[in-house]
Design a protein around this ligand. Structure first.
Ligand code: SF4
Length: 311
């Protein structure tokens, strides 16, 4: 399968079957914390990058054989709202399954009315917002030239007002960049205006695109949680529940590979025959369980076994 991946273990969505609408690292941002590495096509140009029929026919095949699934999650290799047919894809998915559809977006295009319109039929939208201050937004998300954070916040606000599904606003906190009192104050104001069902605070748990991007401690996350307001949870603390046999087999395959030798994300995905975005989810789960860790060699990130006794 080229465009459907998983199900993968997700801290927020349980067994999540990924639907990827975009070529690898085609995104309107180039976040310093991106687990998939540098954006190689930074764009705001919306196109039918992958045809609707191709995605739906793959999905039909997967749905007959893969279980259990908690969410169909539109996310993956880049920013999904760049696919101009995302609305049609959501509608077609709803014709073939009753599973809830979640969309993960960096929010960059929510200022456009037609993009908001296309996302209306999703069951869950997880937009991200890492800063409400333009200079910090540029530092952390390295957006396509001309994107303005106040327009993006306004877009999320407008979407939230009419949306019938649930909205969980994700904030990724990076030490020394968007964790100051001034930053959190502005973020808290934006959160109040957006009024999401939940705010999910996250910090770096996976190797980021830039090694300067560092995580916050649990104590720091907890004090920020109190400042943001109500309905706030810390995602990086949530445990991933173990799910299907296929997932366990993939995890154990990854452990076997990294026990043999330190391996990069792209080598792991080639060996497993799965997408980098899917591999990254497994790495997330295994890192959280303390089974693998990463080391930097030059500019490359290598994964290795954390506890040799698991061999
Ligand atoms: S984290 Fe998401 S929004 Fe940021 S560069 Fe990576 S794919 Fe794009």
């Amino acid at each position: 399968m080229k465009y459907i991946f998983g199900p993968v273990p997700s801290r927020r969505l349980g067994n999540s079957l990924g639907v990827d609408l975009i070529p690898f690292k085609t995104c309107s941002f180039d976040c310093i914390y991106c687990q998939l590495g540098k954006t190689n096509n930074k764009t705001i140009s919306r196109k039918e990058y992958i045809p609707v029929n191709t995605i739906i026919s793959e999905l039909k095949k997967v749905l007959t054989s893969v279980k259990p699934i908690d969410y169909l999650t539109i996310s993956g290799s880049g920013e999904p709202t760049l696919n101009s047919r995302i609305g049609k894809i959501i509608r077609e998915i709803k014709k073939i399954t009753a599973l809830p559809v979640a969309v993960l977006t960096n929010s960059s295009l929510l200022s456009q009315e037609n993009v908001r319109e296309k996302l209306k039929k999703a069951d869950l939208l997880i937009p991200s917002l890492d800063s409400a201050i333009q200079s910090t937004f540029e530092q952390i998300n390295r957006p396509f030239k001309g994107l303005r954070i106040e327009q993006i916040i306004n877009g999320i606000k407008l979407f939230s007002k009419d949306f019938q599904g649930n909205m969980f606003l994700e904030i990724m906190l990076v030490k020394g960049i968007n964790d100051s009192t001034a930053e959190i104050k502005r973020l808290a104001e934006a959160v109040r205006e957006i009024n999401p069902d939940k705010v999910q605070l996250n910090t770096i748990v996976r190797p980021p695109a830039e090694r300067t991007a560092k995580p916050l401690t649990e104590t720091e996350l907890n004090s920020i949680k109190d400042l943001i307001g109500e309905r706030v949870e810390i995602v990086s603390k949530q445990t991933i529940r173990q799910v299907s046999t296929i997932m366990m087999e993939t995890e154990s395959e990854i452990i076997k590979i990294v026990c043999r030798r330190p391996t990069t994300l792209s080598d792991l995905s080639n060996s497993l025959g799965i997408k980098p975005a899917e591999t990254a989810k497994y790495i997330d789960a295994l890192t959280q369980k303390g089974l693998i860790e990463y080391k930097l060699h030059g500019k490359e990130i290598f994964y290795q076994a954390y506890r040799r006794e698991i061999e």
